[in-house]
Design a protein around this ligand. Structure first.
Ligand code: TRP
Length: 350
């Protein structure tokens, strides 16, 4: 007899919109957490291109989805996600998710959605008006989560409100039509937010202050050397400020040896170490973090491998989604209505 541990493992779903390559901020903010969680959970990863459409829907955006989807999967694999355990899937290849979302729509009010600050933030950041699709973003996300009946959803703070909506929808569906869905838990990552190379804002590709996980060693070094530091520090012997200095914020996150970091901080504040020396150290630290990931990336970069993973995962989730939709329709009585009409039509027809 073989032991099947997957049968007793709880299921989690998380994922990203395919809007660009992942960077160090994602590594600290979500990827490391995902890698940890795969030991305990059956891990499903959505490539949420339908969610991307809620703010970015030009043909140019859409034309990039497959390349960016591959990129997301490679980033995840390079960070330590194990391909044999994980299920990666492309949301837009599962049209039934729209049907599922449609069946949920009557269980939430427009005003509940209009009151979500996270949605207004997304509209503002993307510089778009609130479309019907964007208003429905949390319902679509709920459809994702409920389609695979995930028990757990590891997401960042910006997504908590959406999973709250999912929890309400699951409870409402269950109490109105019968127990179908587990009410999913949010798994909060205890992750710090990583500041960008500009030292001012959260790391983000669109702000051009990011180091991509796929950047090579020379690019990393160049970006670190150009990083913002203490602007008042015109010479090495001028005492510098550690507080709010992104170079030290990154060292706190990535350096393996806090004693050495503290020594750099002390010397920086005393004016006995130059920015260049600290940055040399930081660039090595970051490259030491990325180097094993580069090796993993190379092993998974053989042609077709990532596409096969996505294809396999998407087929699996499509079948699961079709089953879930069927169970919902049955619980709601919709299959019964159609069956009775069909049967009567057969009986009365000549
Ligand atoms: N909303 C997520 C983001 O911020 C993407 C996403 C779509 C998602 N569906 C999901 C995350 C389901 C977790 C579970 O990009």
């Amino acid at each position: 007899m073989t032991t099947d541990s997957s049968a007793i493992r709880p299921r989690m779903l998380t994922g990203d919109r395919p809007t660009g390559p992942l960077h160090l901020g994602h590594l600290v903010g979500s990827l490391r957490n995902r890698v940890r969680l795969q030991a305990t959970y059956d891990a499903y990863f959505i490539i949420a291109d339908l969610h991307m459409l809620t703010t970015r829907n030009t043909p140019e955006d859409i034309a990039q989805v497959d390349e960016r989807a591959r990129g997301l999967v490679l980033d995840a694999l390079s960070a330590g996600i194990e391909p044999d355990m994980a299920v990666f899937y492309l949301q837009s290849a599962i049209p039934e998710v729209h049907e599922l979302a449609g069946l949920l729509q009557s269980l939430v009010t427009v005003s509940r959605l209009e009151r979500l600050p996270a949605l207004k933030d997304m509209a503002r950041d993307a510089d778009v008006e609130m479309s019907f699709a964007l208003l429905g973003y949390p319902i679509l996300q709920s459809a994702d989560i409920l389609s695979v009946r995930a028990q757990s959803v590891p997401v960042g703070k910006d997504n908590y409100a959406f999973v709250e909506v999912t929890r309400e929808l699951a409870r409402r569906f269950n109490s109105r039509y019968g127990e179908v869905f587990p009410v999913p838990e949010i798994i909060a990552g205890e992750a710090p937010t990583l500041v960008g190379t500009d030292g001012k804002r959260k790391m983000s590709k669109s702000l051009d202050n990011a180091i991509a996980l796929a950047d090579d060693a020379a690019t990393v070094r160049k970006k670190v050397m150009r990083m913002y530091t203490d602007p008042h520090r015109v010479r090495t012997d001028v005492p510098g400020t550690v507080e709010g200095n992104p170079v030290f914020a990154w060292l706190d996150v990535f350096a393996p040896d806090p004693v050495q970091v503290n020594e750099f901080k002390r010397r920086y504040e005393a004016g006995t170490v130059g920015d260049v020396e600290v940055k040399e150290y930081l660039s090595n630290v970051v490259n030491d973090v990325l180097e094993p990931m580069r090796e993993r990336r190379a092993t998974f970069s053989q042609p077709g491998l990532v596409d096969q993973l996505i294809e396999r995962g998407t087929r699996q989730v499509r079948i699961e989604t079709q089953e879930t939709v069927y169970v919902m329709r049955r619980a709601m009585g919709l299959t019964g209505a159609w069956n009775r009409i069909r049967r009567r039509a057969e009986r009365t027809g000549s």
